[in-house]
Design a protein. Structure first.
Length: 94
């Protein structure tokens, strides 16, 4: 995962990692945090409770916006909270 100069948005819970700590981690690696998904978003990190919700009316607003932008050809990578937590954990032990 490339963080430097990339823009991140979080939606849902990350389990043991508080969102504030996740955002601080991204910023410490040279990334940026947005509160809402826009055409400038590079990554949407979707908390684990959202991963199994495929019905459009049950997705978070951020996920709905990201899906629509991706359909329009905007390059937003949607990653699961577990993938982000694994990356975070691996970076913290290096």
């Amino acid at each position: 995962m490339d963080i430097k100069n990339r823009t991140f948005v979080f939606t849902g819970s990350l389990g043991y990692l508080r969102r504030k700590d996740a955002e601080s981690f991204i910023e410490s690696k040279g990334g940026f945090i947005q509160k809402m998904v826009t055409t400038k978003t590079d990554y949407l990190v979707v908390g684990s409770h959202q991963l199994n919700l495929f019905e459009e009316d049950k997705l978070t607003r951020k996920r709905i916006i990201a899906n629509k932008l991706v359909e329009q050809g905007i390059a937003i990578e949607i990653i699961g909270g577990e993938e982000f937590l694994n990356y975070y954990h691996n970076q913290m032990i290096l």
